[in-house]
Every structure is written in C-alpha cells, then in structure tokens.
Design a binder for this molecule. Sequence first.
Ligand SMILES: C[S@@+](CC[C@H](N)C(=O)[O-])C[C@H]1O[C@@H](n2cnc3c(N)ncnc32)[C@H](O)[C@@H]1O
Length: 234
Amino acid sequence: MSIMSALNPSVRLVRSRTLPSPNKYVLMMSNEYSSRVIDEERAPQMKGQWRESLGLMADAPLDLEIGTGNGYFFAHYSHQNPQRNLLGMELKFKPLIQTIKRSLAFGNTNSWAVRYHASLIKDLFSVGELNNVFIYFPDPWPKKRHFKNRLINLEFLTALHTLQKPGSFLEIKTDHPGYYDWIVERLEPSPYRVIRESRDLHKSEWSNENFQTHFEKLWTSKGLPTHLVRALRD
Ligand SMILES: C[S@@+](CC[C@H](N)C(=O)[O-])C[C@H]1O[C@@H](n2cnc3c(N)ncnc32)[C@H](O)[C@@H]1O
C-alpha cells in the first residue's frame, strides 16, 4: 500500500472504482457455460480424446467451424445435423459466448465451443480426429505488410489435412477476391483436392444448399459476391 492510500482511505476507494470490472463473457465461460465451452488451458488436454471427453461414440463425426463470429451458421448447422457433432473455435470471448448461447437456444446438444488460436490447431487435435472443417469469412488482412497474419497458408493447410479424416472436406468462403486467389494458390500445392470453386456462390449450382452467415449477409447487401472453395481430404 502506498503512503498516500495508507493515510487517506478515500484514495484507495477511488483507485478500486477505476479498476476494469471482469468481462461478463469471461465469467460466463467459467460459470453457466463451463460444460459447453473449453478454454485455452483445457483445450490442448483434449487432443486425441475429444470424442471420449465429450461423451461421443468413437466413430461419431466431429466437425469444426473456425471463427464462428456470432454463431448463426454454427447454430443452424448443429440443428440441421443432429447426427453430427460440431466444435466452434473462436478467439474472442463475446462471439464465443454468443455462439454457444445461440446453439443451446436452438435446443442443440451436439455442439461445443473452444477458445483457441486456429493457427495453433496442431495443439488440439491428433491425426484424423476431425471430420469436416468450415472457415467462413476469415479476416482477410488486406494490406501487404499484414499478409503474414493470414490464417490460411501452406503450413496451416498441410497441418489441417493430417488432422482430418480421409473422405472429409474443408470449405472456405470469403468476400475478398485477393484472399480468395491467395487461398486457391495455396491449396494447389497442398495435399487437398479442390472439388468446388465459385467466385459467385449465390449464382452457382450450389446456391440452394448455402446458408448465409452474418458476414455473408453483410457483404451481400453491399453487392459483394461470395467466393467459395471446397477441398477434399482424400
Ligand atoms: C470476419 S469474422 C466472420 C465470422 C463468421 N464466420 C461469419 O461469417 O459471420 C471472423 C471471426 O474469426 C475470429 N478469428 C479471427 N482469427 C482467428 C483465429 N486465429 N482463431 C480463431 N478465431 C479467429 C474472429 O474473432 C471473428 O469472430
């Protein structure tokens, strides 16, 4: 305690009032949603044991969405696929909680959220542990000096490929033509096999089966086409 606050208790009071209060989403993660949200400390301990830890059958499909945002696709997909299981990976606390809250509000019992940095995905899963993976509207980092921050690069694709079960797929959507070209260029030398490619998904043969995410709706309303690539993990 400083001499000032020892002499004058009101100094202490003012200081404690100016401390930032704990973020409510951080508290929700360790309280009401603790059975559905896995934090960054617990997550690496699940490696190779996700199904067992979540109480799933050994051969139950386990899909992953990276960067769930506010979780509209996450809740929809879980609801539409009750026979599959879905993990949602997010960095930020607020979207992480919004994601799991939305899915639980749909009555889904097959979804969980995990707070982790997707570029460190090898920490979390063992070979063949994942089924389908969705990455929708990843941050495009449009400036050249920020390209190094882009999630999708050859190292990431090579790692993810080994973590997926043969026969599963990776699907990516973006509004950003430059990032799309970058992704397709990196898929080319990767072990994936591209099976769907569209620079205007909403006008493509796959438009009927598409569910528009929050960001997709936003960019579509501004007249930007959605780019899609789906690649098979043979
Ligand atoms: C542009 S938003 C898209 C959200 C959602 N997929 C959609 O289409 O509406 C990107 C999301 O990815 C998350 N994100 C960015 N980098 C990430 C990373 N390395 N690992 C996990 N999540 C990440 C962000 O916090 C953000 O919620």
